[in-house]
Design a binder for this molecule. Structure first.
Ligand code: ATP
Length: 195
């Protein structure tokens, strides 16, 4: 079974993440996509970052009833700060029946060579890459990695939606309807997150 891993803080999860994950699950050979919720990094304190379990709960609510999309808390139990290669090795030991792939945006592909053990991530696991605009100001490079046989480019729409935008809407008292699933909106409202 092939599992695509989509890493993020998901603070909160939004339709930008969900649309990409669904496209990966439905249009590629991936059997499942797991949202791997990255824990709070003690070296990078952030006031707006909700507790790990609250972000996990919102992802779980968002993917509820979609049998191809799942949520993972694996990184909560790994030493911090965590590196993707460590998570991949750990998951492969735990699930020898599964082949893990890493889902990343095209913007991250350009800086991918700075990731710890990036060659091993590509050779032993592989990348599924979706289109994503470069952060303004970032150096534009045309990554050779795109031509690597273990790097697969996947067609998907560009969506300029971010968790930061959503948190700002909530702070201003604006609706986030349609930006997050109804179930996530309900949790945010009930628990008064991001106010
Ligand atoms: P923030 O605004 O708090 O930085 P974010 O919306 O970028 O959050 P993350 O949890 O950091 O959300 O995202 C997880 C992964 O999803 C990251 O690799 C990020 O680049 C990607 N991502 C975020 N928003 C989108 C989007 N609209 N379309 C595609 N990928 C996205």
């Amino acid at each position: 079974m092939k599992v695509g891993l989509f890493f993020g803080s998901f603070n909160p999860i939004h339709i930008g993440h969900l649309i990409i994950a669904n496209i990966m699950a439905e249009t590629t050979d991936l059997d499942k996509v797991w949202f791997v919720v990255t824990p709070h990094n003690p070296l990078k304190p952030s006031k707006s970052l909700l507790h790990d379990f609250d972000r996990y709960d919102m992802v779980r609510a968002a993917v509820y009833e979609h049998y191809k999309l799942q949520v993972s808390d694996v990184e909560f139990h790994l030493p911090k700060p965590n590196y993707t290669i460590h998570t991949l090795v750990h998951l492969t030991e735990k699930h020898p029946d599964k082949q893990f792939k890493v889902i990343i945006g095209e913007d991250n592909l350009d800086s991918f060579t700075k990731w710890k053990n990036y060659e091993r991530i590509i050779e032993d696991y592989g990348l599924y890459v979706y289109p994503r605009l470069q952060t303004p100001g970032a150096p534009v490079t045309n990554s050779d990695l795109k031509r690597h046989p273990n790097v697969r480019m996947v067609e998907a729409p560009l969506m300029d939606i971010s968790a930061t935008f959503i948190r700002n809407c909530i702070k201003k008292g604006q609706s986030v309807r349609y930006l997050v699933p109804d179930s996530v909106e309900a949790i945010i409202r009930d628990k008064k997150f991001y106010q």
